[in-house]
Ligand binder design. Structure first.
Ligand code: ZN
Ligand code: FE
Length: 243
């Protein structure tokens, strides 16, 4: 493995993700929605931050950027399409571009739906997928700007990644997602088992992320949806779900 990844809880249910390139010690943080817990994690990791990766422009993903940039001189990377509403970017990227954390290379993946300029970052060597508010464990992001077709396409770009890929999502929404997923897939035994594990983990105060893509492919109703129409139906159901 050339890179490690670690969750940094922020705000009430966000995760920033701290990555470290083993060869060079280069440190990157994805989606720092709050400065204090991220700075504490960066100090524990050696007191350096080289890069800040941003999946999208929402405050709960970017509000820690300026304090971290000022303290460590970190370079900020985000989507060129959203440069006008992201913090000032040092590297504005397009889908398909390469980003580099030390010697570890990642690929920018177009990921619209939750917002139109949303991107994901995939690092094959560490099996790390930083997917922001596109893919959650047992769920997907709300369609605040994009259409069901946008989200279907975004998820279809993530599905072919290796099953051992670590889904590093922006929120700990898994428990509520599990309750809803059980109503969509009542006969799915893998989901039932996973939901029980999720309820136990949350009751014990443990994180449910990261999770492997292979596990999500068997249990996440939004990845199991075979058509845009089906995804639209499930997304609408979740939007109205109180559970
Ligand atoms: Zn968001
Ligand atoms: Fe968010």
């Amino acid at each position: 493995m050339t890179v490690t990844v670690q969750a940094v809880p922020c705000l009430s249910d966000n995760y920033a993700w701290l990555m470290r390139d083993m060869a060079t010690g280069t440190i990157a943080i994805c989606d720092p929605g709050e400065a204090a817990p991220v700075i504490a994690a960066l100090e524990a990791a050696g007191g350096r931050c080289d890069l800040i990766l941003l999946t999208h422009h929402h405050g709960d993903h970017v509000n820690g950027v300026e304090e971290i940039r000022a303290k460590y001189g970190a370079k900020v990377i985000g989507a060129q399409a959203d440069a006008h509403r992201l913090p000032p970017l040092d590297q504005a990227v397009l889908p398909g571009d390469t980003v580099r954390i030390g010697e570890t290379e990642g690929r920018v993946i177009d990921s619209p739906g939750h917002t139109l300029g949303h991107v994901a970052f995939y690092f094959p060597d560490g099996d790390v997928l930083l997917c922001g508010d596109t893919l959650f464990s047992l769920g997907c992001g709300r369609l605040l700007e994009g259409t069901p077709a946008d989200m279907f396409r975004a998820l279809s770009l993530l599905k072919p990644l290796p099953t051992q890929t670590l889904v590093c999502a922006g929120h700990e929404y898994t428990e509520s997602n599990a309750r809803f997923a059980l109503t969509v897939e009542p006969g799915n035994a893998a989901l039932r088992a996973k939901a029980d594990a999720v309820f136990a983990a949350r009751a014990a105060g443990r994180r449910t992320l990261p999770v492997t893509l292979g596990e999500e492919m068997r249990t996440n109703p939004f990845l199991l949806a075979g058509s845009v129409e089906r995804l639209a139906e499930i997304r609408a159901g979740k939007d109205n779900f109180r559970g």
